[in-house]
Design a protein around this ligand. Sequence first.
Ligand code: DGL
Length: 270
Amino acid sequence: MAVGIFDSGLGGLTVLDAVAKRMPDLPLVYFGDNAHTPYGVRDADDIYDLTTASVAKMFERGCDLVIIACNTASAAALRRMQEGWVPSDKRVLGVFVPLIEALTERQWGDNSPPREVAVKHVALFATPATVASRAFQRELAFRAIGVDVEAQACGGVVDAIEEGDMILAEALVRSHVDALKRKMPRPEAAILGCTHYPLLEEVFQDALGPDVAVYSQANLVAASLDDYLRRHPAMTGQGAESMFVTTGNPKRVSQNATQFLRRRIEFVGA
Ligand code: DGL
């Protein structure tokens, strides 16, 4: 029984960590497409091709359910995958919906018509491809009305994190927050719409100020996965072993992942 967690690189480890804390007995197959990260600067076809190639390998490793713990792939490829690519006995879920349900104070799976919600001014920080897709605004419009979303494409942040250069990553976050504030001086909430960004959550919060509620995905996705597996217990799949798989150089990726999660992580090649 294994659930797959996919990301273009190391960012999905923030989701893996939250899932492992919440469900310690659940075997997890983590797959990082580190050879092709970042996805955030690629076009939608390229992101679709890379994501399907990786998820196919996760199915081969015994996962029946794969969480796309990458907003860029969720935004640019997920809908197309669900519409024609995912085999009928497999499931692929994204990371947007749990976040939007939290922001709009909905219960999981509440499909009632869109309604007014408490927050009116929302800042979205994400990769250039996620921002360009407008997937966040589309999903939000299904659930809420009257919310003004200002999106900031945070170029360079994922590359800096993947390289382990947290000083550069912090400087970039501060400049992206400044740029956002020039467009929307007083957001009430900020969405960290990239799974790499929780590593810099304190920097985002500091730069935004204490009055802004910062929404980060890892715990929300873990809670919604827990709920999903209670309702669909058969979806935990055949694999019984937790593992970390990468298309990149396993030694180098293991070193960066260990630094990233502050615990020993050993990757194997895809
Ligand atoms: N961590 C991913 C996301 O959530 C992707 C980053 C990238 O590869 O650009 O968007």
